[in-house]
Design a binder for this molecule. Structure first.
Ligand code: SDX
Length: 433
């Protein structure tokens, strides 16, 4: 950690002046180390961690005001244009772009881990066929720790490496299995002659009855979507993975915790919620009514896919996603897509409305992704599962970054408002409520 050249923050409390050390990173705001406040009898108070840096990291940097997203220093726009999902996964895990040999070796390694233990298929049978695939993913990913005892020593760098590869490789397989299970169709095994995203779409849509060829257009779009979701600093699900990891829990359990956190509509569940919102709005003539509802603080309706804790400018991923949306729909010959038309109209109205301008609410990564996923043929209930596949390299890179260095158990405190000390009242002496 780089100190700020001896710069300190001075805090005056009850006529006492406290000096707090400050540190600076390579990018972004400096931080004030408040660790010693506890010894002085104080806690900091920051519900939602709006102003709290919970860790040091070298993986991803976001400038929310400028709409900048860098993965190990590389801008997301350049990665989306020139890289691919597995190369970005390598970058997130290892810190540098691979050379041709390293890339080929990594791709081959991931391919060789795509199959899951065949016993896992019986775990699916415990779910109802109409179970939400995110419920299945929470269960089966956590269950991986029951199958891979040979790589659970979190203090062993080789175990951590193998586990990272297993998770990146097996998430698409388990996701496709949860989809097939919901349709009552047989599971399709991964194939080593297919590229990662192509393999996933093959496992999703092929059947044993005939040869299935994945459209290169859709495979490229799928890879782009995985890439755009790969990591995003200390978001809620990544912070969940870190907190679970800080207890020493095995990595499969930590990633399962991340999947559970991602599911919420305020986070990764927003992509599914955007399509449900567009369906609810139903027609462009209703947009004004729903924008009005979104602006009414007494109305729980929000524009899903809009707003972000960090981005107070356009989410750079949303721009790439919108561009990909046009490319995919055009190449599929469905560019006159009613949902895309509705989304673009909704975006235009919102971005011109002073409520959204004043609150700096812009489209985020989830606003357009669902339209592409639907065009690819992915059902709405699988959208957040797709997000979880994409985010796995980010989750495991952050977990590994923490576990491979010094870390402490994460254990926040609170501002207590409950009853002060009182004595127990025996049942017979209690007055009726
Ligand atoms: C992701 O953190 C990450 O990095 C996440 C993510 C990643 O890659 O990991 O980027 C992925 O989760 C993207 C966000 C997906 N969620 C949504 O699209 C759901 C809709 N958006 C909101 O619920 C909201 O914008 C949040 C949850 C995303 C952010 O909320 P904050 O930072 O807690 O801000 P807030 O809820 O306090 O909103 C500030 C104001 C409020 O009004 P006031 O109380 O000040 O009057 O803006 C309003 C909110 O009511 N507001 C919205 C709104 N989002 C915020 N009003 C209408 N529609 C919205 N979408």
């Amino acid at each position: 950690m780089q100190d700020a050249n001896g710069k300190v923050a001075r805090l005056t409390v009850d006529d006492n002046e406290i000096e707090l050390p400050m540190y600076e990173g390579s990018e972004g705001p400096m931080v004030i180390d408040v660790g010693k406040l506890t010894s002085l009898g104080y806690f900091t108070y920051d519900p939602g961690f709006v102003s709290t840096a919970a860790c040091d990291s070298e993986i991803t940097y976001i400038d929310g005001n400028a709409g900048v997203l860098l993965h190990r220093g590389y801008p997301i726009e350049q990665l989306a244009e020139q890289s691919d999902y597995l190369e970005l996964a390598y970058l997130l895990l290892n810190g540098e772009l691979p050379d041709a040999t390293q890339k080929a070796g990594f791709v081959e390694t991931i391919k060789r881990y795509t199959m899951v233990h065949d016993q896992l298929r019986f775990l699916f049978r415990g779910f109802r066929r109409d179970a939400h695939p995110m419920a299945i993913m929470c269960g089966v990913v956590g269950a991986l720790s029951a199958f891979y005892h040979d790589s659970l020593n979190i203090d062993d760098a080789e175990h951590r490496r193998v586990t990272a590869h297993r998770l990146i490789a097996k998430m698409p397989t388990l996701a496709a299995m949860s989809y097939k299970y919901s349709r009552g169709e047989p599971f399709i095994y991964p194939r080593n002659d297919l590229h990662h995203a192509e393999n996933f779409l093959h496992m999703m849509f092929a059947t044993p009855c005939e040869e299935y060829r994945v459209s290169p257009v859709l495979a490229r779009a799928m890879d782009r979507i995985f890439l755009l979701h790969a990591d995003h600093e200390q978001n809620a699900s990544t912070s969940t993975v870190r907190l679970a990891g800080s207890t020493g829990a095995n990595p499969f359990a930590c990633i399962a915790a991340g999947i559970a956190a991602l599911w919420g509509p305020a986070h990764g569940g927003a992509n599914e919620a955007v399509l449900n919102m567009l369906d609810l709005i139903g027609d462009e003539k209703n947009i004004d009514k729903y924008v009005k509802k979104a602006k009414d603080r007494n109305d729980p309706f929000r524009l899903m896919g809009f707003g972000h804790r960090v981005y107070k400018n356009y989410d750079p991923r949303a721009k790439v996603m919108q561009q990909t949306c046009h490319e995919v729909l055009e190449e599929l010959g469905v560019e006159d897509n009613p949902e895309l038309r509705m989304a673009q109209r909704l975006e235009k109205i919102a971005l011109e409305d002073e409520f959204f301008v004043e609150k700096r609410l812009y489209p985020n990564v989830d606003f357009y992704s669902g339209i592409i996923l639907k065009a690819i043929g992915i059902p709405v209930e699988m959208f957040t599962v797709i997000f979880a596949i994409g985010r796995t390299p980010g989750w495991i890179a952050h977990w590994n970054e923490m576990i491979s260095g010094p870390y402490r158990l994460g254990r926040p405190r609170q501002l207590y408002h409950g009853p002060t000390r009182r004595d127990y009242v025996p049942l017979g002496e209690r007055s009726p409520a």
